[in-house]
Design a protein around this ligand. Sequence first.
Ligand SMILES: NC(=O)c1ccc[n+]([C@@H]2O[C@H](COP(=O)([O-])OP(=O)(O)OC[C@H]3O[C@@H](n4cnc5c(N)ncnc54)[C@H](OP(=O)(O)O)[C@@H]3O)[C@@H](O)[C@H]2O)c1
Length: 308
Amino acid sequence: MSNVTQPVLVFGATGQQGGSITQALLNTGWRVRAFVRDLQSEKAVALQSAGVELVMGDLNDPLSIRKAMESAYGVFSVQPSSGQGAMYGVSDEDEVRYGIQIADIALESGVQHLVYSSTDAIGDEPTGMGHFDSKARIEEHVRTLPINTTIIRPAAFMEMLLMPGFGLDEGRFNFFMKPEQSMQLLALEDLGLIVAAVFADPERFSGSTLSVASDEVTGRDIETVFSEIAGRQITYSRFHNDTLSNNAFLAKLTHLLDTGILAGTANLDDLRAINPELRSLKNWLAGSGHNAFLEALGTAGEWRYGHS
Ligand SMILES: NC(=O)c1ccc[n+]([C@@H]2O[C@H](COP(=O)([O-])OP(=O)(O)OC[C@H]3O[C@@H](n4cnc5c(N)ncnc54)[C@H](OP(=O)(O)O)[C@@H]3O)[C@@H](O)[C@H]2O)c1
């Protein structure tokens, strides 16, 4: 349990990553302050009911960021990205600006530990994928700060597998890997547990870059686990060539899987030592992901993310 009385300011607390981090911090005794755009939104109200202090702000308003950081002990920094398509209308330059601004204001505000959430799809060279390379630029800036900083590199979220457009409603599942290729996946709850452990031990994690995943699976593994949990056959194959020729975003990601960039580099044994509950895809689908999986089995739709 944390003995720190000052709060951790969480960006994106109404979203996937920030939501998971908020829950894990609350569970381990931290005070949490959430940076939200709308104090009245359903998710903001739910956070408040769970004991979270709300501060209203917008990433386009640096003054609101400054105000939110007053007396904060720590900051969890995550930004929306162009990879989320039209959802937030954010460009790669916007994302870089937001991430650098949060880091600079954290330094000026006397924040003691900044945890920046990047992506594990980063190599030594630019990937050519805007919303990965933007994060490499933010990472570079975060590393220059003379305060405790930790960079978290999450793998692809298991939750993403259940988005419409991958064929689950038609008894198939199409994704980036060839059937025998493997890829690391992350359950968002595990991300929260790992980040809470990072805040709890700044001496151990300050200055480090930690790749985070929960499991590593091949396309065949996904077929087996999906079929078992669905109670009927779900056939796995890589995206069809026609799909890839018509969708440059998916084609680039598939190429990055082949080059290893998207495959994931997390050390699962090390992560298990931090979070012994690390979820396998099967455990996640049988547990907290179960309802979403059942819903995905009955939901038709087009893949809507990304831009070409
Ligand atoms: N999908 C993956 O597998 C994966 C893996 C690794 C990294 N990532 C990265 O994860 C990031 C997205 O995180 P996420 O999935 O947690 O996002 P998310 O669930 O879409 O949530 C986005 C959050 O950002 C907030 N927000 C959006 N625009 C804002 C603004 N102008 N000012 C203040 N807050 C704003 C939203 O608040 P509202 O409630 O007000 O909308 C929401 O809380 C992206 O950078 C993505 O590239 C994704």
